[in-house]
Design a protein around this ligand. Structure first.
Ligand code: SF4
Length: 288
C-alpha cells in the first residue's frame, strides 16, 4: 500500500478478497470478519470484472487461508481471465509442505499463478509464535522450512513476510529478522503494529496491544541491531487506516476503523461502484 494519508484517497489500490472461511491456525487476534457461506465463484468473478472496469486491477486473496479454498487454481485463473494484473495471496501455508488434501495446490503451481505470496512470521521459535498464532505447535519451524523451500523456487521479489508486532515480540524483532532477511526472493518484510479489533478473542487486545511509543521504540531498536534496510516496511495503525477494502465469503465488504471496530459497507455483488463510493465516504470519516 502507498503512503497516502487516509481521507485523501478516493479508491482502494486493491481489493482484498478475504473469502476463505477455513484456517489451519486459530489466532486470538484474528481480525477477519468471516462469512456464513463458502464463496460462490460466479458472482465473485463478475465482481472482479466490474472492479477491473472501474480501474482496480490489483487483488489480494486471503481468508482464513485461501489454500483451503475449493479449487484454488480455478479461482486464480478466473482472476487473470477477468483482467486482474497483480495477484497477491496471503497464507499461513499449512499443507504446502506436504499437500495431503485432494486437489491441494503444490508450491510450483502456486508460485506460477500469483505475483506475490505473503506468509506470516511473528515468533523466533515455536513457543514464541504461539503468542499470536495458536493451534499449531510446530508452526514456526514449519513456516521457516516452507519459506526456505519457496525461496528456492520463487522469482526475485515474489515473497513477502508479514510480522504482527505485538507486546510479546516487540523486544525480539532481530531474532525474527534472521530467517526473513536471508531470503533471496524477498520483496518486503512488513512489520504491522498490532491493531485491536472487535473480532479478537476476549482479552486478546489487552494482551497483544503495543502502543505507538512502544512500536516506534521497537523500530529504533531493530534499526540499531540490523541497520536501515529498504526491504523493511513499518506499518503503524495510523499508516494503514483507510487503505483496505476487504470482502468476505458472503460478498460483504468492510474496513477497520482506528479503534478496531468494523465498518460494514454491504454486499459487493452488482453494487461494486456503490461500495467504492461508500468506501470513500467511510475513509473520509475515519480520517476525521
Ligand atoms: S492465520 Fe490469519 S486468518 Fe488464520 S486465524 Fe490467524 S489471523 Fe485469522
Amino acid at each position: 500500500m502507498g503512503a497516502q494519508a487516509a481521507g485523501t484517497r478516493s479508491r482502494p489500490e486493491r481489493i482484498n478478497f478475504a473469502i476463505s472461511r477455513r484456517c489451519a491456525v486459530a489466532c486470538d487476534g484474528c481480525y477477519t470478519v468471516f462469512g456464513q457461506q463458502d464463496p460462490p465463484r460466479e458472482p465473485f468473478m463478475a465482481s472482479v470484472c466490474a472492479f477491473v472496469a472501474l480501474g482496480i486491477d490489483a487483488l489480494t486473496l486471503s481468508g482464513g487461508d485461501p489454500l483451503l479454498l475449493d479449487d484454488l487454481p480455478a479461482w486464480l485463473a478466473g482472476f487473470r481471465h477477468a483482467g486482474v494484473r497483480t495477484i497477491k495471496l496471503d497464507t499461513v501455508g499449512a499443507g504446502l509442505l506436504a499437500p495431503a488434501r485432494e486437489g491441494a495446490i503444490d508450491i510450483e503451481t502456486l508460485l506460477g499463478a500469483v505475483d506475490q505470496l505473503a506468509l506470516p512470521l511473528d515468533g523466533w521459535d515455536n513457543a514464541s509464535a504461539q503468542h499470536f498464532r495458536r493451534g499449531r505447535a510446530d508452526l514456526h519451524n514449519r513456516t521457516v522450512e516452507l519459506l526456505r523451500q519457496l525461496d528456492a523456487c520463487a522469482r526475485p521479489g515474489q515473497l513477502i513476510v508479514n510480522t504482527v508486532v505485538h507486546a510479546g515480540n516487540a523486544d525480539h524483532l532481530a531474532r525474527i529478522a534472521e530467517p526473513v532477511l536471508a531470503l533471496r526472493t524477498l520483496a518486503q518484510w512488513n512489520l504491522f503494529q498490532y491493531t485491536p479489533t472487535d473480532q479478537a478473542a476476549a482479552g486478546a487486545n489487552d494482551r497483544l496491544r503495543v502502543g505507538d511509543e512502544a512500536f516506534a521504540a521497537a523500530r529504533v531498536r531493530l534499526h540499531q541491531q540490523i541497520g536501515e534496510l529498504p526491504l523493511v516496511r513499518w506499518r503503524s495503525i495510523a499508516d494503514r487506516l483507510g487503505h483496505y477494502l476487504l470482502v468476505n465469503s458472503d460478498g460483504q465488504a468492510w474496513l477497520p476503523r482506528a479503534d478496531g471496530s468494523t465498518c460494514r459497507l454491504g454486499c459487493i455483488f452488482g453494487r461494486e461502484a456503490a461500495v467504492l463510493e461508500a468506501w470513500a465516504t467511510a475513509v473520509t470519516e475515519i480520517a476525521r
